[in-house]
Design a protein. Structure first.
Length: 297
């Protein structure tokens, strides 16, 4: 008589809880001309959320009243109460999940690996010491200042030049990796010829998108060093100088009276006519129409 064959008990695998949370983007940088990085302001419902691994770094900054949250990232659980300004840093390649006990708002910033790597290389830091690492409830006043400035840019009806957002994101990367521009040599300003080369290039290319990388390359400097030396030389940050020059270009073209206001906006490098009007109002105190009328008189 054959021995009875024992019944095989199937191995029961624990089914992960169902994804129950939802995310609604309130604002997005997709149309703002930012390259290598971006941002969103997101409403996040209560419930469980799963985020897959991405090829870019992510920073989520909590906005508003405190919310109790539990998350699991890099094989480690974390439980805490998220307060306004608390930031979670998730490097590229890491997935995770979290649950919020109530709805909340998150300002999320993504940073491309190439953007971060270029910043690290320009700072001449050792790769092992200059990595974006996972952090939870990071509270850094300087990083918060940069994040809120970028959020203001995202929510503005007429955003500044993309140079400004690029400058903010570069500073955010520097802060996350713990590096800072150090001027080892005695030079604290741009050499006169270098300053002239950069400003002449800006003047000749106001009608197109300018980047910090190409301007820094003209000065043979890293982006972080270039930003510091440019401001020390010209008295204003790069993005502010470019906006001022665009306003002056627009003013001259409007007073000539050969082009329409919409054509002038494009020639001066503004995204559209209302964008030009916004900055003329801020810097000159007049609208394009008021300027044309005063010129006619």
């Amino acid at each position: 008589m054959n021995a009875a064959i024992p019944a095989v008990t199937p191995i029961r695998t624990q089914t992960p809880p169902a994804h129950s949370g939802s995310r609604i983007a309130l604002r997005s940088s997709k149309t703002l001309g930012w390259h290598g990085f971006g941002a969103e302001l997101v409403n996040v419902s209560a419930g469980l959320h799963r985020i897959p691994a991405f090829t870019h770094h992510r920073v989520g900054v909590h906005v508003g009243r405190p919310v109790r949250a539990r998350c699991f990232c890099n094989e480690k659980p974390h439980s805490r109460i998220q307060a306004h300004g608390d930031a979670d840093v998730i490097p590229a390649g890491l997935d995770g999940q979290w649950s919020d006990e109530s709805a909340c708002t998150i300002f999320t910033v993504w940073i491309g690996e190439e953007f971060a790597r270029t910043t690290v290389e320009q700072l001449a830091l050792k790769t092992a010491d200059a990595q974006i690492r996972p952090q939870f409830q990071m509270r850094d006043p300087r990083f918060q200042h940069l994040a809120w400035a970028l959020r203001a840019e995202l929510e503005a009806d007429d955003a500044s030049d993309p140079l400004y957002a690029e400058s903010l994101c570069t500073a955010m990367v520097v802060r996350l990796i713990g590096g800072a521009p150090s001027l080892d040599d005695k030079r604290r300003t741009l050499a006169p010829r270098t300053a002239a080369r950069v400003t002449e290039f800006i003047e000749a290319h106001l009608d197109r998108r300018l980047t910090l990388s190409e301007l820094a390359a003209l000065a043979d400097l890293s982006v972080p060093h270039f930003k510091v030396l440019f401001r020390a030389t010209l008295g204003v940050p790069v993005h502010q100088y470019v906006v001022q020059r665009r306003v002056e270009r627009a003013r001259a073209l409007l007073l000539q009276g050969r082009l329409s206001a919409s054509q002038v906006a494009l020639e001066a490098g503004f995204a559209h006519q209302s964008h030009m009007a916004h900055w003329m109002g801020r810097l000159l105190g007049v609208t394009p129409r008021e300027l044309v009328k005063s010129g006619a008189r």
